[in-house]
Design a protein around this ligand. Structure first.
Ligand code: HBI
Ligand code: FE
Length: 290
């Protein structure tokens, strides 16, 4: 994670909250071209795989293939819908800064866009991952509330030594890689999936990953991998369920998390409610890893 001083060389105007100016006019035609290629690829694979709430967000924010969005202009539209705005950042920012932005309905968006040779995977969140992947869901009122609550939960977690790991897992398995159950089948809402062509197909259709119904403690005990497709995805029934499930007093849960197991990404427990494509089979029994 670069420090403010290191970033100052490249972004002299960087502010203490790690925000910078987007300088939309400085993007080259080649950079707008990368956005266009990625946007058009996802427009082909997401219908029938991304949830309707995500697709509605894309439309309501008037996002299109032709150009990288002007963050300030798109924020004026977003703010009218849910009170959220986006702020340009150089890339990953420190956790405390990140949580403070979320707690105040500001979503940090990478100002840079990946190079043409990085189309399929990029380490740090760029403008496409953040704006195309995350921002459309912020136009959904309940998800917008969830993200603010997450930011506030993160600020509290920073004060509880070692609890950030549990909270980062919650973010990972919902905001980044979450699936939602719909009458017509499982659909994607996680940003890490919707911004990746291959994983958009894999997450919904491949027989190999586990698809486990969301349970807050189960997710907070489950490790994740950052360098490959997920071995398990967690499935919610609705965004209300996600919000209700997490709008709890975490103190008691953090006490519980101080002991007991952590699970590997690929574990499936006897007590897990496992989803198969289009339906789910409940497997009762003890809380023992198989
Ligand atoms: N910074 N810009 C940016 N984007 C993120 O998604 C992000 C971050 N800093 C920290 C962070 N995510 C993770 O630690 C969260 O899980 C808390
Ligand atoms: Fe992300």
């Amino acid at each position: 994670m670069p420090t403010l001083d290191e970033l100052k060389r490249k972004h002299p105007e960087i502010r203490p909250d790690f925000t910078i100016d987007q300088h939309w006019e400085r993007y080259s035609a080649a950079e707008h071209g990368v956005w266009k290629t990625l946007f058009e690829r996802q427009s082909k694979v997401l219908p029938g795989r991304a949830c309707s709430e995500f697709m509605a967000g894309l439309k309501n924010l008037h996002l299109g293939p032709d150009q990288i969005p002007d963050f300030e202009r798109a924020s004026d539209t977003l703010e009218k819908l849910t009170g959220w705005r986006t702020v340009a950042v150089p890339s990953l920012v420190p956790d405390d800064i990140f949580f403070d932005h979320l707690a105040n309905r500001r979503f940090p968006v990478g100002q840079f866009i990946r190079r043409p040779d990085q189309l399929d995977y990029i380490e740090e969140p760029d403008a496409f991952h953040d704006f195309f992947g995350h921002v459309p869901m912020l136009a959904h009122p309940v998800f917008a509330d969830y993200m603010e609550a997450y930011g506030k939960g993160g600020q509290r977690a920073l004060k509880e030594f070692g609890k950030l790991k549990n909270l980062a897992r919650l973010y990972w398995y919902t905001v980044e890689f979450g699936l939602i159950e719909k009458p017509e089948g499982l659909r994607i809402y996680g940003s890490g999936i919707v911004s990746s062509r291959a994983e958009s197909i894999y997450a919904v259709e491949s027989p190999s990953p586990n698809r486990i119904h969301f349970d807050l403690e189960r997710v907070m005990r489950t490790d994740y991998r950052i360098d490959d497709f997920q071995e398990s995805y967690f499935v919610i029934s609705s965004f209300d369920e996600l919000f209700q499930e997490t709008y709890k007093d975490f103190a008691a849960l953090y006490r519980k998390l101080e002991s007991g197991p952590n699970y590997k990404p690929g574990d499936v427990l006897a007590v897990d409610r496992v989803h198969t494509r289009g339906s789910h089979t409940y497997v009762g029994g003890s809380h023992a890893a198989v």
